[in-house]
Design a protein around this ligand. Structure first.
Ligand code: BTN
Length: 251
């Protein structure tokens, strides 16, 4: 089945490259870039042999995983370019809720969780005025196929709903949502805070945030329009711009 993209998504993502297996769709997108591929080129694969995650981790991608990378020109001020990663997480969250009826939610900055387990992750890489937004979603894999180390922490749409989901439909839904979000972002240059917060259930919960070789513990107040996490530590507020959150307690 082919992708079913909205008119906006077709204009924003004019070229879609399909693969069955690659090392990493982010690598493929950079390869496309070096060959002069147009802005908005999308690479989609059903599996990866060397999928990359954030913080140098690997992303396990057996067949049945949606692996998708979008090559785009950075037209916004460079310091705002990371917001697109949060938009990608939001697009996944909205899409799987709408398509599969599951209550997926965001863990800052761009992980998508279901029942406390990770369903999807986003890796944004930048080079020479371009970025690749890499999105991985565990769609039709069994949790056991992700390997023993992820068994307690990851989930898949198959595991959560008891049925398989067409990869093309899932990819189309995400690209259609992302086209809207990126279109608005280019105009506003900010994260749609209200939209993000609709899917972010961690306000008022305690968290430890690992960033810049430090750990800060505090209470999450929300996110701001730059995409930063607002943390209350004692009487102060800290804006965390990147890092890893460990939720200490969820209310
Ligand atoms: C994370 O949560 O650590 C980010 C995971 C990102 C995985 C995706 S899958 C498509 C793209 N290709 C990669 O090698 N990584 C990203």
């Amino acid at each position: 089945m082919a992708l079913r993209l909205s008119r906006l998504a077709r204009s924003m993502f004019p070229r879609v490259v399909r693969r069955d297996e690659v090392v990493s769709t982010n690598d493929e997108a950079w390869l496309e870039c070096s060959r002069g591929a147009p802005n908005g080129t999308v690479v989609i694969s059903n599996s990866q042999t060397g999928g990359r995650g954030r913080m140098g981790r690997r992303w396990v991608s057996p067949p049945g995983t949606l692996c998708m990378s979008i090559l785009r020109e950075i037209v916004e001020p460079l310091e705002k370019a990371g917001i697109t990663g949060l938009l990608a997480g939001l697009a996944v969250c909205r899409s799987v809720r709408q398509l599969c009826g599951v209550a997926a939610y965001l863990k800052w900055p761009n992980d998508v969780l279901l029942d406390g387990r990770k369903l999807s992750g986003v890796l944004v890489e930048a080079r020479n005025g371009r970025q690749v937004i890499g999105i991985g979603v565990n769609v039709n894999t069994l949790i056991s196929e992700l390997g023993p180390e992820l068994e307690g922490t990851a989930t898949t749409l198959l595991a959560a709903t008891g049925r398989t989901w067409p990869i093309e439909k899932t990819a189309s839904a995400i690209l259609n949502e992302l086209a809207e979000l990126l279109g608005d972002f280019i105009r506003t240059l900010s994260l749609p805070v209200d939209a993000y917060m609709e899917h972010f259930p961690f306000v008022s919960t305690r968290a430890a945030v690992y960033y810049a070789n430090r750990v800060v513990e505090g209470t999450i107040l929300g996110v701001d329009e730059s995409g930063g996490l607002i943390l209350k530590t004692g009487s102060e507020q800290t804006l965390i711009t990147s890092g890893e959150v460990v939720h200490v307690r969820c209310q």
